[in-house]
Design a protein. Structure first.
Length: 217
């Protein structure tokens, strides 16, 4: 049976988080379509993983037989995260934009699972080609042609990581203008926000169905 690795990083609960509401729709559809499957869930806001340390970093480039006790412990923590990623037949990630970038908790997870020669920059990677769906929510719009197009660092960064380094099959769902209902200055954009939210929920449901059918084939 297929395994989904579901990662959320928003600091807000589902009813107040654009990214969590969309990943929740994806996951519920996945579970409905694939009730015998497995879901590995990590809430990085509630249970953050360690930021990469010198011991965890250097251990990734040295013979395990030479590791100090501190290196061995730090590297084992990385390996647990890497193994979760390697077990996944599909990956779902909630990546809200905070100050033009991803949450630091998600960056910490990435720094742990990116290991040159195992998950990254190698033809032998077990995660190569894995479908990864990223829900990249944002308070405004950073689409091509908008005034803040040049500030789009989330999709650009994650494309470089997931496509160029990890060689996975990456797809984005982008709920935007999520600040419009709370910001009076954006009141005229509320209809566009509502349309974006509905489109994101529909895309999440459709993507989950498409993946479960693909993996079952």
């Amino acid at each position: 049976m297929a395994t989904l690795l579901h990662i959320d990083s928003s600091v807000f609960p589902t009813d107040a988080s654009a990214s969590r509401s969309v990943t929740d729709a994806f996951r519920r559809t996945w579970e409905e379509q694939h009730p015998e499957g497995t879901v590995i869930y990590r809430d990085l806001a509630k249970n953050p993983v360690p930021h990469i340390s010198v011991d965890a970093h250097t251990a990734g480039f040295s013979d395990p037989a030479t590791h100090s006790p501190e290196q061995a412990a730090a590297f084992q923590a990385r390996v647990r995260l890497i193994e979760e990623l390697e077990q996944a037949d599909a990956v779902l990630i909630g990546a809200p934009m905070y100050n033009f970038a991803i949450p630091s908790t998600l960056k910490a997870w990435l720094d742990n699972v990116i290991l040159i020669g195992r998950t990254a920059m190698t033809e032998d990677s077990r995660i190569k080609g894995t479908p990864v769906t990223v829900v990249a929510s944002r308070g405004g719009s950073y689409a091509p042609g908008t005034p803040r197009e040049g500030y789009e660092y989330v999709q650009n960064y994650l494309t470089a990581i997931f496509t160029d380094m990890l060689a996975v099959d990456l797809d984005f769902i982008v709920p935007e203008l999520t600040s419009a209902p709370q910001n009076p200055a954006m009141s005229e954009l509320v209809p566009l926000f509502e349309a974006s939210r509905e489109r994101a929920l529909q895309n999440a449901t459709a993507k989950a169905k498409e993946l479960t059918q693909r993996l079952a084939a």
